[in-house]
Ligand binder design. Structure first.
Ligand code: NAD
Ligand code: UGA
Length: 377
């Protein structure tokens, strides 16, 4: 199959590119960066177009026409950015992504669109806690693709612009399915972790996702910071499990994924952010001790101090994956401690060594954010 992958060099995209090529597909990939896909650049079935999709030069119509399948992963996907550059998050995650979806509609190509579990927003517990008999009941926090409602915060909490942009994109794609018989599959990932997730924040104002902050703290000895006490919970999924599910969605046996939404997540891997910090610190002390190195302190910070005004959080989110189990026979295998250990191993060894050997210790999320800021009109 000829696959057009937009955002092919990101965390998920880089793993997916490797998987697609290993299965014999021909891949055309588009991305601004290439650091995570260096190993594929010479592959005979891989064509890489280094291009910012917002800038002139990309012939989206021709690329779409030429593909059998389009996979769109492009987005700003780090919460720090939703606070700092909300308009640019909307423009990239909705306006630019809509152009890709509409190219697929025009050329009658199947689209796999990456959305997010953030569309589900907060739980009913976060707004009605006092009135509920058992607020800890996991059913309040378990989200299903075709029946759960979406609860987002008020306008002043502009973190939700990301979820809103993704939700609106989902709704428009769904409407094209209704009115134009457009064939799509929407994926809602629930906190994937694995090698190549984000960059470590080498500068204090770098803003990746929590794993990279904690990993950076462990390597540097700076404190691990718990936003608002670290009480919020997430379910973490290892990237290999996720890629296996995505592979089955791409395969689309008997069209079971046509016009469908899929959660991809691991319900059994739920942990509070405080629990995550403690577990990562324990694993680091046990598996990667460095002589004389002091383990970082775990400290509490307010969301305003950490992210700035406008931040609010999903309090708890557990994926209902019964649909992926039933339609795709998929089951995540990686347990939380194992996936953390595996990913930490990568950062402790390969990542640091690779960038040092390239003389590239300058690359950080901080740089990416500043590059992103440069293109804001
Ligand atoms: P990522 O930031 O690693 O990947 C996104 C890629 O898009 C990056 O390589 C980036 O360079 C590229 N990109 C951004 N702007 C671009 C532009 N203007 N032109 C060309 N390329 C551009 O993020 P990820 O974790 O791999 O996420 C991929 C998708 O999955 C995103 O849509 C994200 O919202 C969604 N998602 C991911 C997770 C997760 O657990 N990782 C969870 C929920 C949703
Ligand atoms: C993120 C992004 O919104 C999306 O990419 C995606 O939808 C989602 O991840 C996902 O991976 O599924 P979130 O889980 O909030 O959402 O992102 P993180 O930055 O990893 O934050 C997780 C939790 O850790 C939040 O409660 C945050 O406040 C907290 N945190 C973050 C800390 O306590 N300390 C830190 O140093 C960083």
């Amino acid at each position: 199959m000829k696959v057009l992958t937009l955002g092919c060099a990101g965390f998920i995209g880089s793993h997916l590119t490797g998987r697609l090529l290993s299965e014999g597909h021909t891949v055309t990939g588009v991305d601004i960066y290439q650091d995570k896909i260096m190993e594929f650049l010479g592959h005979k079935c891989f064509r890489f177009i280094r291009q910012d999709i917002r800038k002139p030069g990309l012939n989206l119509a021709e690329l779409t026409e030429d593909a059998d399948l389009v996979i769109d992963l492009i987005a700003y996907a780090n919460p720090g950015l939703y606070i700092k550059i909300p308009l640019e998050v909307f423009r990239l995650n909705f306006v630019e992504n809509l152009k890709i979806a509409e190219a697929c509609v025009r050329h009658k190509k199947r689209l796999i669109q990456f959305s997010t579990c953030e569309v589900y927003g907060k739980t009913v517990v976060s707004i009605m806690k006092e009135d509920l008999v058992n607020p800890e009941d996991p059913r309040y926090a378990t989200f299903s693709e075709d029946s759960s409602d979406f609860i987002l915060g008020h306008l002043g909490k502009h973190r939700w612009i990301y979820a809103s942009a993704k939700q609106l994109l989902e709704r428009v794609i769904h409407a094209y399915g209704l009115e134009y018989n457009f064939n799509y599959t929407i994926i809602r990932p629930f906190n994937f972790i694995g090698p190549k997730i984000d960059y470590l924040p080498e500068e204090t104002d770098g803003i990746p996702r929590v794993f990279s902050f904690f990993m950076d703290a462990l390597i540097s000895g700076r404190p691990m910071k718990l936003v608002n006490g670290g009480l919020h919970r997430r379910c973490y999924t290892y990237i290999n499990d996720a890629i296996e599910c995505i592979r089955r969605i791409i395969e689309n046996p008997e069209g079971v994924c046509n016009k469908q939404v899929f959660n991809i997540g691991t319900p059994d891997n739920e942990v509070s952010i405080r629990g995550l910090a403690e577990l990562m610190r324990d694993i680091y002390a046990e598996k990667f001790p460095k002589p004389g190195q002091r383990l970082p302190d775990i400290v509490e910070v307010s969301a305003d101090d950490f992210y700035g005004e406008g931040y609010e959080d999903s309090d708890r989110r557990i994926p209902d994956i019964s649909k992926a189990r039933k339609l795709l026979g998929w089951e995540p295998e990686w347990k939380l401690k194992d996936l953390l250990e595996k990913t930490m191993q990568y950062y402790v060894t390969e990542y640091m060594d690779y960038y040092r050997s390239q003389g590239r210790s300058d690359i950080s999320t901080h740089d990416i954010v500043h590059k992103a800021m440069e293109v804001i009109p």
